[in-house]
Design a protein around this ligand. Sequence first.
Ligand SMILES: Cc1cc2nc3c(=O)[nH]c(=O)nc-3n(C[C@H](O)[C@H](O)[C@H](O)COP(=O)(O)OP(=O)(O)OC[C@H]3O[C@@H](n4cnc5c(N)ncnc54)[C@H](O)[C@@H]3O)c2cc1C
Length: 471
Amino acid sequence: MDKENVVVKMNKQSAEKRIGNFDEVALGYSEEQAIAEASRCLQCKKAFCVKGCPVEIDIPGFIKKIKEKDFSGAILKIKEKNSLPAICGRVCPQENQCEKECILEKKNKGINIGGLERFVADWEMKGKNKQSLKPNIKKVVPEEGVLSAVAVVGGGPAGLTCAADLVKLGYKVKIFEALHQAGGVLVYGIPEFRLPKAIVQTEVEYIQHLGVELENNQIIGKTYTLDDLFQQGYKAIFLGIGAGLPRFMNIPGENLNGVYSANEFLTRANLMKAYRFPEYATPIKRGKKVAVIGGGNVAMDSARVALRLGAENVYIVYRRSMDEMPARKEEIENAQEEGIEMKFLTVPVRILSKKEGWVSSMECLEVKLGEPDESGRRRPLPIENSEFELEVDEVIVAVGTKANPLFLSTVPDLKMNKWGYIVTDEKTGKTSKEKVWAGGDIVTGSATVIEAMGAGKQAAQSIDEYLKAGD
Ligand SMILES: Cc1cc2nc3c(=O)[nH]c(=O)nc-3n(C[C@H](O)[C@H](O)[C@H](O)COP(=O)(O)OP(=O)(O)OC[C@H]3O[C@@H](n4cnc5c(N)ncnc54)[C@H](O)[C@@H]3O)c2cc1C
């Protein structure tokens, strides 16, 4: 086989070892591995990979610098467009974006762009490069006063990116975050073994270092309304509040003890560090037989957390087949390697209790796939008399989330669609409310980190144009 076309695999913790800890599974590239992988890049003149990236990183440009061992140059090139590279290098679904467009992917030998991005971001975090931490920011508006101040509501990937881009353009920017820590899903949803919280913290600090002010524990809609923020002098507001309200299945037994929404389960484990009990006081049920309902990243994360909390059997119960699973392929493979059992073409009918209101089992039904539904995916059809009972003592519901009405109900003049997401102009992120932009999951529904970042970028550009043009 042509040696140059062999993808350099990233090392990872063995499945036996990693199920006993919360440490990162993928271990990253060594310098030699990164250079070898970068050397395979064809440096296409017409780089399709860049088109596949929602924030349009100069991918061949940064890969060339890795090949030349100029890691500092590589990270600077990435940071021209992306302020969160260590995060994106770990959790972006590159296989559906930049890597999918790589010419070598036609031979199944696409460049591991995410792995290379992660390598240079980690190289920088190890303190080997001070240069990119002190970027040359051009101040185009006065530092004093609030004339050009912009408020960003929500410190997830959309808000962080919008804030970083605006501050780089010279605006005075403040993020208001409801939780005690910024990062959004990156800190409360995605587990430590996929995305260490120290990495998120470092990238949030980088954005603060750029000049963005961050105030945690501020629930906009409660602490301040949008109108309060305008009265405080903010000239524009970006809403990046995510869509974290859990959906349930509305089946009997869903309110039994031992049933969690994935959102609550993961927040307890990640943000509240329940897995480090008693060092952290957060309680969490450590089920022995756990069913996780759903087939996305959230379901995979919940299942793998349950396993690490000591479960003996963890089942993913999913109503379609492996082919329709929305989770990242890599994470499905990791889950299977770790011993998570997939129950495809299965839907829960009710959750049962034999003892004091605690879950003891779940009744399920087998289904087959029919014609595609409005989502384009094949509709599951029940198979008669196929009911069976799955013995479980914990159920985690990971069937999606929706917009939280807590804030949105305080802004009646903000136009929303039938699913409760904010309606924006596709090209600018501008909402129906004067001087208010929005982006990320609160506009699209649950999507991806990089898409939320792309929306933050787009809004920052539009806010800049608006503020430069004057009211
Ligand atoms: C468990 C899990 C795993 C995932 N895995 C992946 C993955 O591997 N790859 C990937 O690309 N995507 C993944 N996603 C999806 C991805 O994380 C989201 O699409 C992305 O985080 C959306 O970014 P956002 O900024 O729009 O919202 P969020 O990340 O939800 O951030 C919104 C922020 O706004 C704050 N907020 C909300 N309301 C208010 C208010 N009223 N006032 C102030 N602040 C407020 C919230 O506290 C939060 O910090 C995953 C999601 C989950 C839940």
